[in-house]
Design a protein around this ligand. Sequence first.
Ligand SMILES: NC(=O)C1=CN([C@@H]2O[C@H](COP(=O)(O)OP(=O)(O)OC[C@H]3O[C@@H](n4cnc5c(N)ncnc54)[C@H](OP(=O)(O)O)[C@@H]3O)[C@@H](O)[C@H]2O)C=CC1
Ligand SMILES: CC(=O)N[C@@H](CCC(=O)OP(=O)(O)O)C(=O)O
Length: 412
Amino acid sequence: MALATLALSSKYASSFAGDVRRLEGQSCMLEAPRVVTIRQGARNINRSVQIMNVASVPSTESGSNTKSYVRVGVLGASGYTGSEIVRLLALHPIFQVTLMTADRKAGQSLSSVFPHLLAQELPDLIAINDADFSKVDGVFCCLPHGTTQEIIAALPTNLKVVDLSADFRLRDVNEYEEWYHGPHRAPHLQKEAVYGLTELRRDKIQSARLVANPGCYPTSVQLPLVPLLENQLIEKDGIIIDAKSGVSGAGRSAKEANLYTEIAEGLHSYGVTNHRHVPEIEQGLTEAAGSKVTVSFTPHLIPMSRGMQSTIYVQMKSGITVDDLHWHLSDRYKNEEFVRILPKGAVPHTHHVRGSNYCFVSVFKDRIPGRAIILSVIDNLVKGASGQALQNFNLMVGVKEDCGLLQQPLFP
Ligand SMILES: NC(=O)C1=CN([C@@H]2O[C@H](COP(=O)(O)OP(=O)(O)OC[C@H]3O[C@@H](n4cnc5c(N)ncnc54)[C@H](OP(=O)(O)O)[C@@H]3O)[C@@H](O)[C@H]2O)C=CC1
Ligand SMILES: CC(=O)N[C@@H](CCC(=O)OP(=O)(O)O)C(=O)O
């Protein structure tokens, strides 16, 4: 069969090496896209469905039968976001996990830490100091913020890196030091890092070596608000964000505040007026508006494992209606797989995106004239972390962006 286009752009394909038997016979190439009509609410959308074909991924050893694939390291694989990347990569036709690190869990197998990942053939968890980075082509860095800067700074510079921590998200190092209460240990990389809000920064991400994956709350907030501010449809003043997260957002390490007894059957706010995602949200909104935006942001912890909703209150510009907001968002995201603007009146539920890379957004007219209410839901561990990280890594390597990410949400 004649195959049309390489899924790995040739620029990168030659630098990835590996003998991967599991990929032989599969495919990673693009056939001619098929156009299918998908019914979404009252609309019909035409989407091109592209079929990957791994069999013809170019070999680095010309003339041999060896197939190339991308060797991936997951730093912090024993945590929630690291293990979620491993889960997503199980069905990825091009990336293979060849290195996994842990701290307390080093020396164990991942399946002993996370039995739900038992079905995969994976290397054991090792300490970062024992890792041989010459054996990987890229890494997902899923470590606590603060610990990440020095580790990334010490990595070989030929590696592509997606950092899930907050260490490289703020462009202004002084702002980082103020909000994260400590010196930045790799300010030179802060300049290089590209902020990885995929749908809004695709061009820069494609050519990046280091991507700072956005925080979960900032992802849910910026996806709807950035296009509205860029198009001057809403006022930049008076934005109120009331957000709620499942407990996995706090990571797996034991904390008294996250005990079942503290979380179950209750709800509480935290980080009131001073949550560290405020500067990240304001950085993105300020860039979109063209002048300083400040927001009121209050996160809450609710008794569920995963999922997040941001309820956002905005003042529309004079003469702008909720229909205008809905039309502009629908138009902005009409060709995006993972951001769905719901039909008018539909209320998103965290269950609708659970386990998936989707962000569902809806827009309502407030009872107060001139104001609108925007609801945005994501899975904090997928679009809010590991799914978006994989989306970015696909782009950085030249693989089709949605590769490994088209699982449908797990409902209920
Ligand atoms: N959870 C979420 O929803 C989101 C998290 N993030 C960010 O992603 C990063 C990872 O988060 P998450 O997976 O939730 O965190 P977890 O606490 O679940 O996992 C942290 C991982 O880092 C390892 N680790 C901890 N300390 C060190 C250290 N000093 N040196 C090397 N390895 C270390 C842990 O190893 P071990 O377990 O063996 O000790 C574990 O593998 C964080 O920066 C977080 O803020 C971003 C978006 C959303
Ligand atoms: C529920 C909970 O605790 N959530 C985390 C945010 C998770 C996240 O996105 O954290 P990073 O910015 O470190 O990546 C928090 O509020 O700190």
